[in-house]
Design a protein. Structure first.
Length: 214
């Protein structure tokens, strides 16, 4: 299972969380990675933790003030990027352009979507993976894998119909190892989570609990 921890803009220490991700990753067969804010990518990547961007823009080198260029994100140490997170929604053409920009910079891609129909459309754009996240469950602590198992199963089916090589993650409210196991039982290849680790008093203990049953 792939466990990707999105730090959003939570007021945690990104380097400390990254060190915990790195250390716990060495104890498990699961794959752990962390997605810090753009300004923290370089420091986080220097810890040795697998580092992802939360967003890049569908642009090339040039006159793009205030944008995140895929090549810059890769140079800073990121190996992949989230695209179209529920808190950073894009138009369809921009999702497509961002997947191409990330591929140009050799960044792995996960396109996020709200529901199975959008997952099918996202999978058609050729990312490495898609992530289904019902927005109403994000940050609630109520795990999608238990509160809305149908949305996960339907997302897995929708992606497989389009491209069986596109992996499916699920996210929203995931915070325990049982939630991760439930996600795997529904066909997900990983989980995308944030508050369960970023807001935990002890992020390393939270990570250890997430991977304990795997
Ligand atoms: O990127 C992560 C998701 O939005 C889930 O957030 P959450 O784990 O706080 O519900």
């Amino acid at each position: 299972m792939f466990v990707l921890v999105n730090l959003k803009t939570y007021p945690c220490d990104p380097v400390a969380v990254a060190e915990a991700v790195r250390d716990v990753d060495e104890t498990t067969d699961a794959r752990l990675a962390v997605a810090p804010a753009a300004t923290h990518i370089e420091r986080v990547a220097e810890t040795g933790a697998e580092t992802w961007a939360q967003h890049v823009d569908p642009i090339d080198h040039g006159s793009n003030t205030g944008h995140a260029l895929a090549e810059h994100v890769a140079d800073a140490g990121a190996v992949g990027t989230l695209i179209n997170h529920s808190e950073r929604r894009l138009k369809l053409a921009d999702i497509d352009g961002t997947v191409r920009a990330a591929q140009r910079a050799d960044l792995e891609t996960i396109v996020c979507a709200n529901n199975p129909a959008q997952i099918g459309a996202a999978a058609a754009l050729g990312p490495d993976a898609v992530a289904v996240e019902p927005p109403e469950l994000i940050g609630t602590g109520t795990p999608v894998s238990q509160a809305d198992p149908d949305v996960v199963e339907d997302a897995v089916a929708a992606a497989a119909d389009v491209d069986p090589d596109v992996s499916v993650l699920c996210g929203a409210g995931i915070s325990t190892g049982d939630d991760v196991v439930a996600a795997g039982d529904l066909g997900a290849g990983g989980v995308l989570l944030a508050s369960g680790v970023a807001k935990a008093d002890d992020p390393k203990a939270a990570l250890e609990d997430l991977v304990a049953p795997l």
